[in-house]
Design a protein around this ligand. Structure first.
Ligand code: FMN
Length: 407
């Protein structure tokens, strides 16, 4: 017999999967034609697996420490960034640079970041398959939503690292597509808990909840914004059913155009509106050749071992083209693990994000092309975050304003 609250019988809910928007879907737009976010500020070395970071560890590698990270976040807000997204990892990648070995956890860090900002959205990341219950994330989220005055959002990830699954007690990670079926149920239940005025009974295949409820309700109405960054077909389908922001990484502008169109059509088939976003790894300088020289130096210094460890731990992502490298062979004599220099460097530098290397004009023009192809938001991880923010403020935002991409 399920216990009741104040004598109320819990209400059995029937909908177990998305799309599910009990109070309607939040508007994905924040008011900027091209939204801009700060990515991977919370983790050692960010998205750059290169011994170049050892040239000045505090500047290139250790900005995740709170005295620096808090300054990065307030600087990002001051110059007009719209949101921050952490790179949520539980196990680092080692190598000569100890890539991603230290990091700040994304929910607790968002709660802290909420108290030092007033305008920027603060995202956290939920690894839905790592043994949490949806009630945990519904409650964690509503707490940061209240602390931030409705400026909190959640990145819904399934978890791709076999090493991390093992750390949470799963010797074998769940099969890729099944992990999305579990996530679907997980976030449907989170939405029930944010929306329902009564205790609920939810009996899914993977999750059950008997008499659970969350009070207070989120201050952001109808609910906090959700983002998702799956690259596989089933990942994109899940995102179209549950998220407002969908992050894609593609090698060419044309492929961005195609994927943006595909995503909008799919979301529309679920009666939902989404915003297609990308992830960028920029190296910016006065001239194209100066930017390229820095990018070449970082690539020459690539931390092969750390990058290989990262890819090896994510090998099961065989269903998406960007994250697919079944043929990766860590023991091969090829320094690029048999997957080719280009693909290797794309993951080692920017974890698959678009390489935006060039002068101020080149970078602004590429952003214009991406926007024209359907990209309405970009989350940026910098090799040199403080310099990167300064360049965005002084050189890139003014150009984007002239182009009508920033207000
Ligand atoms: C912008 C962006 C941010 C991401 N952030 C995280 C993260 O913080 N933690 C994580 O485990 N995975 C993260 N991922 C990985 C995705 O959630 C997803 O697992 C990956 O893109 C592979 O897609 P698939 O799951 O559809 O195969 C991120 C991916 C992108 C593109």
């Amino acid at each position: 017999m399920v216990t009741t609250r104040f004598g109320t019988r819990p209400r059995r809910v029937e909908q177990l999967n998305g799309p599910f928007e009990p109070h309607g879907q939040p508007d994905p737009h924040l008011g900027q034609p091209l939204q801009v976010g700060l990515f991977a500020w919370n983790i050692q070395g960010g998205t750059t697996s290169s011994k170049a970071v050892l040239a000045d560890p505090d500047r290139y590698q250790n900005y995740w420490k709170w005295p620096l990270a808090s300054h990065l976040i307030t600087e990002a807000e001051r110059i007009g960034f719209d949101y921050q997204v952490p790179f949520a990892r539980w196990i680092g990648q080692g190598g000569e640079t100890s890539w991603n070995e230290s990091s700040l956890e994304s929910l607790t860090a968002a709660a802290a970041a909420a108290t030092i900002t007033t305008r920027m959205l603060q995202f956290s990341t939920a690894h839905s398959n790592y043994n949490f219950h949806p009630l945990h994330f519904a409650k964690f989220g509503v707490t940061i939503d209240h602390i931030s005055g409705g400026r909190w959002g959640l990145n819904m990830v399934t978890g791709y690292s076999a090493k991390e699954y093992a750390a949470f007690g799963h010797v074998e990670p769940p099969e890729h597509d099944e992990s999305y079926r579990r996530a679907d149920e997980f976030f449907t239940l989170v939405k029930h808990l944010w929306a329902s005025e009564d205790p609920i009974i939810f009996e899914g295949e993977y999750y059950q909840c008997y008499g659970g409820y969350v009070n207070p309700k989120p201050t952001r109405k109808p609910r906090p914004l959700l983002m998702q960054a799956g690259q596989s077909e089933i990942g994109i389908d899940f995102a179209c059913r549950h998220a407002e922001w969908i992050f894609q990484v593609q090698p060419t502008i044309e492929e961005y155009r195609n994927v943006a169109e595909r995503i909008h059509n799919k979301a529309a088939s679920y009666n939902r509106k989404v915003l297609v976003s990308t992830q960028l790894w920029p190296i910016i300088d006065k001239t194209d050749s100066a930017a390229q020289a820095t990018a070449d130096w970082i690539a020459e210094e690539v931390d092969h071992m750390a990058a290989m460890n990262f890819m090896e731990s994510a090998k099961r992502q065989h269903t998406s083209s960007t994250f697919g490298w079944d043929e990766l062979d860590q023991k091969s004599s090829d320094p690029f693990g048999g997957i080719g220099k280009e693909r290797f460097l794309s993951m080692a530098l920017g974890i698959g994000g678009y390489h935006l290397v060039g002068s101020y004009d080149t970078v602004a023009e590429t952003l214009r092309e991406l926007h024209e192809a359907g990209i309405e938001s970009a989350v940026i991880s910098f090799f040199d975050p403080f310099k990167g923010l300064q360049q965005i403020e002084e050189e890139i935002f003014p150009r984007l304003k002239k182009m009508g991409l920033r207000r």
